[in-house]
Design a protein around this ligand. Sequence first.
Ligand code: SF4
Length: 344
Amino acid sequence: MFRKNDLKGDALCKDCFFWAFEEEVHKTIIDANLFSPGEVVAIGASGGKDSTVLAYTLKTLNERYDYKLDLILLSVDEGITGYRDDSLETVKRNQQQYELPLKIISYKELYGWTMDDIVKQVGLKNNCTFCGVFRRQALDRGAMLLKVDKIVTGHNADDIAETVIMNILRGDIARLKRCTAITTGADGALPRCKPFKYTYEKEIVMYAYFKKLDYFSTECIYSPNAYRGHARTYIKDLEAIRPSSIIDIIHSGECMAVKKEVKLPVQGTCSRCGYISSQEVCKACVLLEGLNKGLPKLGIGKPHKVKKLEAQGKIFTDTKNPKFVENRDADKGSMANNAAALDF
Ligand code: SF4
């Protein structure tokens, strides 16, 4: 017997658990009006359990309820030897198993750096900052190349609760305001959706395991994000006392309102690559400039240090980032779609 949901306490047989899992995701999709017939939807696919279950479930529901979606797997190759190369093999098998098209886009082709190269230069302290910023943008670029209407990601309820806690601890009001949204960037050209917003991680693990799905479960060799790890441990402790903690935290995040007087960052456009940014130069361009100039801490600290170096003519001496501009032109799409990338 299985428990679909600790809050409801329903005891279910295996087949009923599968059905309940899929129906809850379907309900989330319908209630939030996530898709429209005829849309092309890119599934951010890493080969891990969340995105593998998402691809399988979306394919199942698309056929069962005739959503009329064109689904595509979209993977980002960060260039992490012994980790991403192995997980991408899983995605390639998923492509065959689920009969979905697959596009892989790499940091090397977009930025000229692999994560292996970046770690050699920056070490293991801030590597996840580079990886996270580049991945969010890479997914958008890949989606634009494919001319999709939406991106879906496998972020689950546990991930969202962790993000709420992290944003509270960092005092990041702007992200706190939008991190619980099931769809972000809806007013731009490329919305991002999270169909697993209300799905617990343990349910996803059980579903993947008992469905015998082919997924990759090894952790990144450059270690998990330590800060997120603390938030995760904290929430697990809370859950032991109060089982509804995850959903409660998401609900709290949804209900938080920001006073009108609070100045929030205004999103404009990066002067170098054209992607949306709340600074004159976006984070990806600053980090890339730091790598290319042998200043790996550029973009890690306070923005005023970047401005100071720029005023001294030590960085951004070329007016544009040729690699980005070249890729942006190739994307042939509006760059006003990167707002969503900053949300998670
Ligand atoms: Fe990238 Fe850090 Fe995740 Fe590894 S743990 S894939 S370096 S964000």
